[in-house]
Design a protein around this ligand. Structure first.
Ligand code: ADP
Ligand code: ZN
Ligand code: ZN
Length: 823
């Protein structure tokens, strides 16, 4: 029976903290369980136990207050992976803990609880419980810390926990000690009142309370009491939820309470499963692989004999997914698990349906856009003794507890959304997956039509296996790409808004032939910028160093960095003229222009603004699939893995905006995006067209896209990377510094850089002011650390941490934020 537990807190803190284990549960705690611990004077958190021991620490320890789990919810393997991530990506294990578990499994003083309006007490509540309920009746949702202050209850957690178990309150985001399926509360007539004369008597007796009479009558009509009475069959009563009745009768719960106390009506509960049980027949027999695909599959398995990782470079529509399905089948038949990772914004609807129809309920989906409760459910199932055999998920699915992983597939492995940018941990899920596979002794398959240079380099140099699939399935040809020069068209005054004549002609043809069109523009909103035509004034965000994007539909200007919204000014505040215009074309404006040109075409738009909810996203896709839409306009969301039969034309509205990004990977990304979106065009019987509009038609990336020539792009970019010493020829660590005070930040970044230069010398570049130099009132500076492949990266990391500790210990820099972005 251990006396102490070392725990990880869900906070950006380094290392573990030690707490006393009270006798009441010290013999029940295991490593990987959550215990509730106090932190500071008022806060408390659910912390993960990582070590149990009897070594008395040098400082006085506080008592842990609760044990939340009877068995571990985080496995040893996961804890090791968390540590690896924290170490490699220069963040804390607490950061990783925060990212790794769905909110529903993290309980802390910052969690909000809400009153469950469905609740009716069966037994009397204790005074403390009453106090909490009262406080919540005044304000439905409150943070635990606020509740604690308001009610003056010292140790609020056990009380809240009891209320949670009674389902009187719920944690917003559904934090539950043991996860229970959600219940719906139903209402019915009690069996003893299922009697015509007794019911009539009751109505007469209730005369004084008109509201109760009304409610009872409304219940009777909803549930069909008279029909059930006529047939003397209690089972015929229709099931009515409490909410349904209250809504219908428009009365308060207290009226209902009265009838329940009199024994006329009673409440009962029925569980409703959370993970929406969408009916999908498992009717899809697997396709027979084509000869090409069968060869690829054989080669992949050969490659795995020598390499843990294999890269499948297959052009769009070559049937990579088909190959994945066959591989998955073999692995799960050996009794092993498969993780199938997809990029963030492709929603999986199309692909998961296809997989579900092959694998049925052996497959679970883990997606950040799904409700947290569903993620909790998937997580819990993975812990259970009947876990899913296959998980289809986005980058966070690397945090699931796999027991017996045999294969990880990373589809569209080049996608940037595998890298988390904000907040820490800023991890690259593809790399973490490789580490995870290695420790599990599993194989990895990376798949892409346009592999990342890093992966291709690893394949070329023999670190990964490489398998090619160069033909589209059924020998469909790759689309024909027509490049149109926007500058020339502008000069000749032939542009129609954002469209060149060529593109409009292709769209018209497609519409006439009842084909579909996809238009791609990398900017959302109406116009990326507003400007005064008289004086040149441009509205900017007050908190960030960026111009605002005009969103006409939402009638506002929006900052795409901090999300702040501003009203659209009618007159220019600078010169007072009414001469403000939108500059440039976002997806919203393109949609409007297009509708003017093709008034009868059915146009849909897919970008962040139209797909805030998963349902909207799925609706747009499904409408397009069922030919209810002719033209789909969108941001990079339309470039990903969508598979539509009737798309014959793809338009890329302006390639230059992608090519002119200040990032060494921008060329690579532009090529990938264009090649991917081009891949949406053309299907079974005919070649598709891509109209590629650009201001700069000479750019080599454009030529490479025209020829679908990945290897040329690869060679050219690798030369540049080698020349300027960029990855994969070195490792990069970006050091970001943020501070509210710009001059303080300048002195901090200079001090920091000079300390770094003492150790790393020429490898340090900067400090620089990034293109967006201020976000949310914080100024930003950046230092780049370039480390040779031969040097020890762990040594470099250690040094970085040391310097950071030294710098942040200086009082003047105490409020600075410093963080890292690795690779
Ligand atoms: P990728 O993932 O490489 O883009 P997909 O696997 O989506 O390609 O295949 C493209 C299309 O070809 C899909 O509609 C798919 O159903 C079809 N297809 C691919 N391989 C086969 C096969 N072996 N048998 C029947 N249809 C196939
Ligand atoms: Zn002006
Ligand atoms: Zn802003």
């Amino acid at each position: 029976m251990a006396q102490f537990a070392d725990v990880i807190l869900p906070l950006p803190l380094d290392g573990t903290y030690t707490y006393n284990l009270p006798k009441s549960f010290s013999n029940l705690v295991q490593v990987g369980c959550r215990i509730i611990v106090p932190f500071g004077t008022t806060k408390f958190y659910s912390a993960i136990v990582v070590k149990l021991h009897d070594t008395i620490p040098s400082y006085t320890t506080k008592d842990a207050t609760e044990l939340l789990d009877s068995s571990p919810i985080v496995t040893d393997k996961q804890l090791k992976l968390w540590k690896w991530i924290a170490d490699y990506y220069l963040c804390t294990v607490g950061d990783v803990y925060k990212a790794a578990l769905p909110s529903g499994l993290k309980l802390e003083s910052e969690s909000s609880v809400m009153y469950n309006k469905d609740f009716i007490a069966e037994n009397t509540l204790t005074p403390a419980e009453e106090r909490i309920i009262q406080a919540l009746e005044e304000e439905n949702t409150q943070k635990l810390s606020t509740l604690q202050k308001r009610t003056g209850i010292k140790n609020i957690l056990p009380v809240v926990k009891r209320l949670l178990e009674k389902d009187a309150v719920r944690i917003k985001e559904e934090v539950k000690r043991t996860y229970k399926p959600r219940y719906a509360t139903y209402i019915r007539l009690t069996a003893s009142f299922f009697d015509e004369s007794r019911l009539n008597d009751t109505l007469i007796q209730l005369k004084r309370s008109a509201k109760q009479v009304d409610l009872l009558q409304k219940y009777a009509s909803l549930s069909g009491v008279s029909a059930a009475l006529a047939l003397q069959n209690y089972q015929l009563l229709k099931e009515i939820t409490k909410q349904q009745l209250l809504d219908y009768a428009a009365c308060t719960p207290s009226v209902l309470k009265g009838l329940c106390q009199k024994g006329v009506l009673e409440l009962y509960q029925k569980p409703i499963g959370r993970v929406t049980q969408q009916y999908l027949p498992t009717d899809l027999v697997m396709h027979q692989l084509s000869d090409e695909q069968a060869r690829a599959m054989k080669e992949i398995k050969e490659a795995w004999k020598e390499h843990d990782v294999c890269l499948l470079h297959g052009v769009t529509s070559s049937g990579k997914t088909e190959v994945y399905i066959h591989l998955i089948k073999e692995v799960i038949e050996e009794g092993k698990q498969v993780l199938f990772m997809l990029p963030e914004i492709v929603l999986t609807a199309q692909l998961t349906d296809r997989l579900k129809r092959v694998f049925g309920d052996r497959l679970g989906v883990y997606h950040s856009r799904y409700p947290d409760a569903e993620r909790v459910e998937v997580y819990q199932k993975m812990l259970s003794d009947k876990p899913y055999d296959i998980i289809v998920g986005v980058r966070s699915s690397i945090f699931l507890p796999f027991k017996n992983l045999g294969l990880i597939i990373i589809d569209e492995e080049h996608e940037t959304s595998f890298k988390q940018q904000e907040p820490a941990p800023r991890y690259q899920a593809r790399n973490v997956a490789l580490v995870m596979a290695r420790t599990a002794n599993a194989k990895t398959l990376l798949g892409s039509a346009t592999p990342s240079l890093e992966s291709y380099y690893n394949a070329e140099t023999g670190k990964y296996g490489l398998v090619l699939l160069q033909k589209r399935y059924g020998n469909v040809q790759l689309p024909m790409i027509e490049v149109v020069d926007i500058r020339e068209m502008n000069k000749k005054k032939m542009m129609n808004g954002p469209f060149t004549p060529r593109l409009l002609e292709r769209i018209r043809e497609a519409l006439e032939q009842k084909k579909q069109v996809i238009l791609f523009q990398n900017r959302r909103g109406y116009a990326p910028m507003m400007e005064c035509k008289t004086c040149g004034w441009v509205p900017r965000c007050q908190k960030c160093d960026v111009s605002l994007t005009l969103h006409r539909n939402m009638r506002q200007l929006t900052c795409h960095y901090c999300g702040a919204a501003y009203p659209i000014p009618q007159t220019c505040p600078n010169c007072k003229e009414q001469n403000l215009i939108g500059r440039g074309y976002g997806t919203e404006r393109i949609e409007t222009c297009l509708q003017n040109i093709f008034p009868t075409a059915r146009i849909a738009r897919m970008d962040l603004d139209t797909t805030r909810s998963r349902l909207h996203y799925e609706q747009i896709i499904s409408d397009f699939q069922h030919l209810k839409t002719d033209i789909l306009v969108g941001t990079q969301m339309v470039t990903k893995g969508l598979d539509f039969e009737r798309v014959s034309v793809v338009g890329i509205l302006n390639a230059s905006t992608m090519l002119n990004q200040p990032d060494f990977r921008s060329y690579e990304h532009a090529f990938q995006m264009m090649e991917q979106v081009a891949g949406r065009a053309g299907r079974k019987d005919e070649q598709g067209y891509v109209v590629l509009q650009s201001q700069d038609v000479e750019a080599s990336a454009i030529k490479q896209v025209v020829q679908h020539n990945y290897t040329d792009m690869y060679k050219e970019q690798m030369q540049e990377r080698s020349l300027f010493n960029y990855p994969p020829y070195c490792r990069l660590i970006y050091v970001y510094m943020k501070h509210r005070n710009e001059s303080m930040l300048d002195s901090l970044s200079r001090d920091y850089a000079s300390l770094l230069k003492q150790i790393f010398g020429q490898r340090i570049l900067g400090p620089d002011t990034p293109p967006i130099a201020k976000v949310q009132m914080m100024y930003i500076r950046k230092i780049i650390v370039k480390i040779e492949l031969t040097a020890s990266i762990s040594e470099a990391r250690k040094r970085l941490r040391e310097i950071q500790q030294y710098i942040t210990a200086l009082p003047k820099y105490k409020t600075a934020l410093i963080y890292y972005d690795v690779d």
